[in-house]
Design a protein around this ligand. Sequence first.
Ligand SMILES: Cc1ncc(COP(=O)(O)O)c(C=O)c1O
Length: 368
Amino acid sequence: MARVMKIRRVFENFVPYEWEISSQEVAKMANIPVEKVLRLDTNASPFVPKKWLSKLKEILPSLQVNQYPDTRYPELLDKVCKYANVREDCVVITNGADEGIDIVSKTFIDYGDKVIISAPTYSMLKISSQLAGAKVIEVPRKTHGFEDDVENIIQVCDREKANVIFLCNPNNPTGNFTEIEKIKGIVEETDSLVVVDEAYYEYCGKTAANLISRYPNIVIIRTLSKAFSLAGARVGYLLANEETVKKLNLVRPPNSLTVISIKLGAIALSDIQQMEEWVKKIVEERERLYNLLSSIEKIEAYPSETNFILFRVKDLDANIVHKKLLSKGICVRNLSDVRGLGNCLRVTVGTREQNNRFLQELEHMIGQ
Ligand SMILES: Cc1ncc(COP(=O)(O)O)c(C=O)c1O
């Protein structure tokens, strides 16, 4: 008789992360070579960091892949400290921001704890909390502009005795930014740990990181996956005060980065100017794309401080638009099932050429 293996109780009513469709599958649907598939669904950068890869290639023969990395990641740690303007004991290096979210959840959430999430937001914030055993309370964002509803978050936190609040600023998938003064209000008014996912920080230039020296109850999550073009290398970091970092280090796995990604991360952080050039290009393209989307009658585009744009299609089914785009080899994120985002899609800002291809197909299919 086949054995039925029991899994943890946290999986009752659990909605897992929706994995992105593979490029091979899209290529088959669109009948095009896989290189022609346009991935505008993951908010990654369209720029391949060729200069950094050439540097890595030079160094590659000397990398000791037969050894484990130095668990302190000293070179990368030093570069992160200089970039984020913090001391070494205020940083935890992670395998991307997702591992950062996981480490925070495992450090601060006990089974049955209440966690607040300002929704809709990045799905891994809820998933990680639930995996740690939390009961997640979703506080809806304001309907106009999607700002965090600060007063409500503080009230719910107080009433429910929540011990962690997850914020995402600027927020994925809505693209908006909540002013730092308001985040500070939450940090001051609650005894909970306030976790701010700043994966898209570089596209708006505003951060809550300065609060870590004054408050023990705030953790910032960052990544090199977006503005630094290193989504495939998996490098991220957490910023917090030294006592909080000591706690996070109880959970951090010793060797979750490879010697290759550590080196690539350090090379990237030695060339901030390159990252800033890419960000400038994306921000310019974002504004152009936003204006062009807004000029289409059947589309309502939302302003963004990130590298993506959320838009709602009117008098049309977003599921059909999503499918039709896939049939042309273009992937965007379908959010129409997310509460508060009915009939919405999210498109990553690409190069001018990529954005034009997307716009052309979109306009063609909605008959404008
Ligand atoms: C808000 C947010 N946080 C974290 C991540 C994951 O980043 P990483 O690639 O560093 O794991 C993403 C990826 O899309 C994101 O949008």
